[in-house]
Design a protein around this ligand. Structure first.
Ligand SMILES: CC(C)(COP(=O)(O)OP(=O)(O)OC[C@H]1O[C@@H](n2cnc3c(N)ncnc32)[C@H](O)[C@@H]1OP(=O)(O)O)[C@@H](O)C(=O)NCCC(=O)NCCS
Length: 139
């Protein structure tokens, strides 16, 4: 049975899911802190097995970044990613009072832009906003 649970996966589950979708290898310290310090995490489980997750990083208010959107390959194309996104956007809307506005950011993987557009995200740059920018830093 597929369940959407608003709790972090374990460190081992997180690492296994990242590996399954070819995300960058993280040290245990970085990965554990990523789980501990997120604002909101949904883990998707099938009969208990962690098969997908989504994380929101936030100031708890205005600026909110959606990351680690992943469904392991065997479970992709079944609507699970869509449901994770739908729930997450709804959860963030639920933090608002009437008349308030906040922003949701995300960085799309190459080719996933259409997946995110259906939830109202707009590609950058556009006629109003400059490009999103990022860099990796290592030591
Ligand atoms: C991006 C990702 C999370 C999407 O998860 P998903 O569970 O496959 O998403 P969905 O099933 O809801 O939608 C994916 C596609 O399957 C289609 N689909 C949904 N339900 C379906 C069903 N029952 N049968 C067939 N196709 C279906 C959707 O229409 C969608 O098509 P599109 O890609 O042409 O828009 C997943 O592909 C993933 O983890 N990728 C690797 C990691 C990654 O790149 N993450 C994004 C980082 S920005």
């Amino acid at each position: 049975m597929i369940e959407y649970i608003d709790e972090a996966p374990t460190l081992e589950e997180y690492k296994a899911m990242r590996k399954a979708v070819n995300f960058m290898l993280l040290s245990d310290r970085i990965a554990q802190n990523a789980l501990n310090n997120a604002f909101h995490i949904t883990t998707v489980r099938d009969d208990g097995k962690a098969i997908g997750m989504i994380r929101v990083l936030s100031d708890g208010s205005y600026a909110n970044f959606i990351t680690d959107v992943m469904v392991i390959p065997e479970y992709q194309h079944k609507g699970i990613g869509t449901e994770m996104m739908r729930r997450t956007v709804a959860y963030m809307k639920g933090t608002l009072e009437k008349g308030e506005t906040i922003v949701l950011y995300l960085m799309s993987a190459i080719g996933k832009e259409p997946f995110y557009k259906q939830f109202g995200f707009r590609e950058r740059p556009n006629e109003v906003w400059g490009a999103g920018m990022s860099q990796w830093i290592s030591k």
